[in-house]
Write a protein that binds this ligand. Structure first.
Ligand code: C2O
Ligand code: CU
Ligand code: CU
Length: 459
């Protein structure tokens, strides 16, 4: 089957596997997710880590717009946890996408999410969101993909869900604890995995169009992905879409971002490379925090008879908030500081991680917005490190970067704010009332205070 390849070649991994797929039927999907700590298979070996339903990643949930998703979360960890459906446009209240819920060890909670009929298609994901332990639990293996299918399916030979994550294991296969410095910079794992595997092999025939749903589930790491020798067309980042797929050489995903990608194969062997992204440092004071080159993440082997040319990709209709009236303008500033000051400096190494000079307070509403209003937020970063800003429930349309207006429509739910830079977004606070959060998706920063609360109220 794998003819000609030496089994001793340490660079050649196993064939790619995908997590189990759980698919909605007749508008509903009911799932039981058990968060467990214990022996799991990660990177082709036994590890002592975390997983949903015994796997890393957890099962892939496939939904359609208008579906009802019910998840019974069972906590078999020795610490509190909860669940967040990252990027889904669903209510943040009650037993919806409510990150203020705590599920104690040994207990369970029934989540109930209702996707609107016009929910955007795309790739989303789920992970714990219990403030203070998000980085630890996600780094340990708790994440999985969610796909919301297109109403009109795209013509592709196959779809793949590719979850990129990182983890550090010691010689005995136990999770390695991050140092103070790693928590300051945002921990990056020594192993970078694709669906929990190291350098798996993907096979295809020449001329096939595949759809790759790539999730950057790393706790802090940014990745720049290349697949030289193969044709890449980007449908969009997060739930955003380009009107037409855009030919790309590489894609950069901040922690939490996803890519919806078309790969048109050409005969030969391609290597999916994860290259480095400079996400800044501490101004030389304490060394850098560059997300370094990982190298090969997977191998794509394309051989056999040429496939028939795939049909055209339907044009996407895009919502554009640039022409609409803005109800409110706000400015949010992400910063890091040494000790003292307003931030409190309770983070690792006496460092404070703040938004508008304040650390997260679960009892404080930082931004009160009106349901249905369109707002413009300038998100500034006065620190020497990049921060990927994430807003729950409502996607953001990026309208300017560093004061320069964009000439295309770009919707994302994680937006990188470069060190010393600023990005302007517009948000339509449609459909739902309630309290939820925005934060840095370098989850060590979020756990250490770089998070705020937005509350959508009715007039
Ligand atoms: Cu992916 Cu608030 O998180
Ligand atoms: Cu989220
Ligand atoms: Cu950050």
């Amino acid at each position: 089957m794998l003819g000609g390849r030496s089994r001793l070649n340490p660079e050649v991994g196993p064939e790619l596997t995908e997590p189990e797929t759980l698919r909605s039927e007749d508008g509903a999907l009911q799932v039981r997710l058990e968060a467990v700590a214990g022996r799991l298979r990660i990177a082709g070996r036994e590890a002592t880590a975390y997983g949903y339903n015994g796997g890393v990643p957890g099962p892939t949930l496939r939904l359609r717009p208008g579906d009802r998703l019910q998840i019974q979360l069972v906590n078999r960890l020795d610490a509190p946890t909860n669940l967040h459906v990252h990027g889904l446009h669903v209510s943040p209240e009650g037993n919806g996408d409510n990150v203020f819920i705590t599920v104690a060890p040994g207990e369970s909670f029934d989540y109930d999410y209702r996707l609107p009929e016009d929910h955007p298609p795309g790739v989303f994901w789920y992970h714990p969101h219990h403030h203070g332990t998000v980085a630890d639990q996600l780094f340990g293996g708790l994440y999985g993909a969610i796909v919301v299918e297109d109403v009109d399916a795209l013509p592709v030979a196959r779809e793949r869900v590719l979850v990129v994550s990182d983890i550090s294991l010691d010689a005995a296969g136990r999770l390695r604890q991050p140092s103070t410095m790693e928590r300051m910079m945002g921990r990056e794992g020594e192993l970078v995995l694709l669906n929990g595997q190291v350098r798996p092999i993907l096979t295809a025939r020449p001329g096939e169009r595949e759809r790759w749903r790539v999730v950057n589930a790393c706790t802090s790491r940014y990745v720049r992905l290349r697949l030289d020798g193969q044709q890449l067309d980007l449908l969009g980042i997060d739930s955003g879409r380009h009107a037409q797929p855009r030919r790309v050489e590489e894609i950069v995903l901040a922690a939490g971002n996803r890519a919806d990608l078309l790969v048109t194969t050409a005969a030969g062997t391609g290597t999916l490379q994860a290259l480095g992204v400079d996400r800044g440092g501490m101004g030389g004071m304490m060394g850098g925090s560059v997300s370094g080159d990982v190298g090969p993440l997977a191998t794509l082997e394309v051989a056999g008879a040429e496939a028939a040319a795939p049909g055209p990709v339907p044009q996407q209709r895009l919502r554009d908030l640039r022409g609409v009236e803005v109800a409110e303008r706000r400015r949010l500033t992400f910063d890091m500081g040494m000790g003292g000051g307003m931030g409190g400096g309770m983070g690792p190494g006496g460092m404070s991680f703040t938004i508008d000079g304040r650390e997260f307070d679960p009892h404080r509403v930082d931004q009160a917005v009106l349901v249905g209003a369109v707002e413009e937020w300038v998100i500034a970063n006065t620190s020497p490190m990049a921060h990927p800003m994430h807003l729950h429930v409502w996607p953001m349309q990026i309208v300017a970067e560093g004061g320069r207006l964009l000439d295309d429509v770009r919707w994302q739910d994680v937006v990188n704010i470069p060190a010393g830079g600023e990005v302007t977004v517009r948000v339509a606070f449609d459909d739902f009332s309630g309290r939820t959060v925005y934060h840095c998706h370098i989850l060590d920063h979020e756990d250490n205070g770089m998070m705020g609360i937005v509350e959508a109220g009715r007039q």
